[in-house]
Design a protein around this ligand. Structure first.
Ligand SMILES: [Zn+2]
Length: 374
């Protein structure tokens, strides 16, 4: 550098300083940017992550509202079941925990071990466990094993009124029928048990347990009468057999106010096992799409989803209109030749030869198709 003039050397130093400073500023800018990104834009994500690690939240399911018939019979109820979970950091005797859970829950050693050894704040082992089994596990008093009580929907009459009542899914949410229509009233609000833990997962005693109580769902009272429903079901099943029909629907209403007393659609399905496929279907080979199609068919409420020509059901309205307007009297006589011509259509009476001479009441009873004879 001896051939450089002092001036040149100074410029060189200055440019070096500028470059280094620029690099420092750039590095800081990048770091600041990253920091802003993490603290401002990603804060929610990391807060959630930390919370997940330090707060152990267990939800308390709300009891779903019951469905009750006209006589106060419970058609949809709740059964108390248990959810078994383990808290890794609190387990003192790992082998004992695995042995007890395998034995009581009928699970494989491999399945339970994987969950017990997993480092997480809380790990669910099994839900919908019978209350008696849950109580037995609780009595073993194992450190790190939590037994929480839970509810499962239960239908005391199995298949009675199945397509009307509907059923619930794994999270106790309504899937079809009244269970889904009145979901907002029936579901209630789940509660939570919140415990704060330190970095090792040990519960912080001072922080205490924060408990939000669940709110029970509201009961649903319906006009359906289970006695009438069960008689109508028997009748429908008999009819299905004698007529070799694929399905039979019966709707019983209170003529005074239109209340539905019974709504039958045989074949019905078992509400306590709604995903069971008929014996004629091979479980192993059926595609997922086909399975859903079959189930939708099984769950379908024909009374409200299918159309039916308004034949005999509508004659009451025409007859009443005729009487009220004075077009006919109950004593008027008619002659039934067995059919009537309407434009180019020949509409048959159910008796091929015709009913002959009859009055208005008889004609209505026989569902005759005929013109008034003056
Ligand atoms: Zn006739």
């Amino acid at each position: 550098m001896t051939d450089e003039t002092p001036h040149q050397q100074k410029t060189y130093h200055r440019s070096k300083t500028v470059v280094i400073m620029f690099l420092c500023v750039a590095a800081f800018a990048v770091l600041m940017g990253r920091l802003v990104y993490l603290m401002v834009f990603q804060s929610e994500y990391y807060t959630m992550k930390a919370k997940e690690l330090h707060e152990r939240e267990r939800s308390i399911k709300a009891a779903r509202g019951r469905i009750i018939d006209a006589n106060g019979k419970i058609l949809a109820d709740n059964k108390t079941v248990c959810t078994i979970s383990v808290i890794h950091s609190q387990i003192t005797d790992k082998e004992e925990v695995i042995a007890v859970l395998c034995r009581e829950l009928g699970l494989s050693d491999e399945y339970v071990r994987k969950r017990v050894e997993k480092i997480s704040s809380i790990e669910k082992i099994k839900s919908n466990v019978d209350k008696s089994i849950g109580d037995r596990i609780r009595e073993c008093d194992l450190a790190g094993v939590k037994v929480d009580e839970d509810y499962k929907r239960y239908y005391p009459y199995d298949s009675l009124g199945s397509k009307v009542l509907g059923f619930t899914g794994g999270d106790n949410q309504g899937i079809i029928g009244l269970e889904v229509i009145y979901e907002t009233y029936l579901q209630g609000e789940a509660g939570t048990i919140l415990t704060v833990t330190d970095a090792k997962g040990v519960e912080v005693a001072e922080a205490g347990e924060e408990r939000v109580e669940p709110v029970e769902g509201r009961d649903l009272y319906i006009s359906m009468d289970m006695n009438i429903q069960s008689y109508a079901t028997q009748l429908a099943l008999q009819t299905m057999e004698t007529k070799a029909a694929d399905s039979v629907s019966i709707l019983v209403m209170n003529p005074q106010n239109g209340e539905i007393l019974a709504m039958v659609n045989v074949p019905e399905f078992n509400l306590n096992d709604p995903y069971a496929l008929p014996d004629t279907v091979d479980e192993k080979t059926v595609s997922e799409e086909k399975r859903q199609e079959i189930l939708n068919g099984i769950w379908r409420n024909g009374c409200i989803n299918d159309t039916y020509e308004p034949g005999s059901t509508f004659k009451i309205i025409t007859a009443a209109a005729g009487l009220e307007s004075g077009a006919v009297k109950t004593t008027d006589t008619f002659n039934c030749p067995g059919y009537i011509m309407v434009e180019d259509r020949r509409i048959r009476c159910h008796k091929v030869g015709g009913h002959g001479a009859e009055d208005f009441v008889q004609a209505t009873m026989n569902s005759c198709k005929q013109k008034v004879v003056y």
